[in-house]
Write a protein that binds this ligand. Structure first.
Ligand code: 5RP
Length: 213
């Protein structure tokens, strides 16, 4: 079961990675919300944030933290985000909040990815949490069939439209022994926008509550 106290500890502990004058990549979710709240106290010491979702953008703006365009900032020194699962190699499943595509873009653009989680997110093998995949709507059935061929059970997250205007398929029933290979494989299927596996670009640091994993 997820632990709100550990999420708050992780969000606040991530502040120690924020350097003066930096532009911070900011993820999405309830753990990141604690980070954003803590970041507000430092807002006069940073240039601003690059946001991974409309939800985080609204939160950042509400607290007076400037939200910057990744195309204008260039690469970032730091990205802070949560996860739905984290294995011992710091490889992640993300996308429970449907923000995986922009999260992946900002993670890729960042030198250091600090992932903030509570202990319920730690697993030995990824896949108990259904793997989110963002898809172009017209490719939903095609991609569903490709997932079935690979032994997964695709479930359309009906009613959810991503910030990019796309849909989410959650894949149940995969025990993901080789997440890099699966990520690369799924990325080749036409219509896949992003796979919620962060294995090719895993986290660099994981904070479980206020402890470094
Ligand atoms: C959103 C995500 C989140 O980081 C993930 O769902 C974890 O969320 P929370 O911190 O609320 O448990 O990937 O797309």
């Amino acid at each position: 079961m997820s632990n709100a106290n550990e999420k708050r500890q992780a969000g606040e502990a991530a502040i120690r990675y924020v350097e003066d004058g930096a532009i911070i990549g900011v993820g999405t979710g309830s753990t990141v919300a604690f980070f954003i709240d803590a970041l507000a106290d430092l807002k006069d010491r940073i240039q601003g944030a690059v946001s991974s979702s409309e939800q985080s953008t609204a939160h950042l703006k509400r607290l007076g933290i400037p939200v910057l365009d990744l195309n204008a900032t260039g690469s970032l020194s730091l990205y802070i985000d949560g996860a739905d699962e984290c294995d011992p190699h710091k490889r992640l499943i993300k996308g429970g909040g449907a923000a995986l595509t922009r999260e992946k873009i900002v993670a890729e653009a960042s030198d250091k990815f600090v992932c903030i989680i509570d202990s319920s997110k730690r697993v030995d093998l990824l896949g108990k949490f259904p793997l989110p995949i963002e898809v172009i709507p017209m490719a939903r059935s095609l991609i569903g069939r490709e997932i079935v061929k690979r032994g997964g059970n695709p479930v359309w997250r009906d009613g959810v439209v991503t910030d990019n205007g796309n849909w989410i398929i959650d894949v149940h029933g995969w025990q993901i022994a080789d997440p890099v290979a699966l990520e690369n494989d799924l990325n080749q299927v036409p219509g896949v926008v992003a796979v919620g596996l962060f294995a090719r670009r895993a986290a660099d640091v994981v904070l479980v509550g206020d402890k470094v994993m």
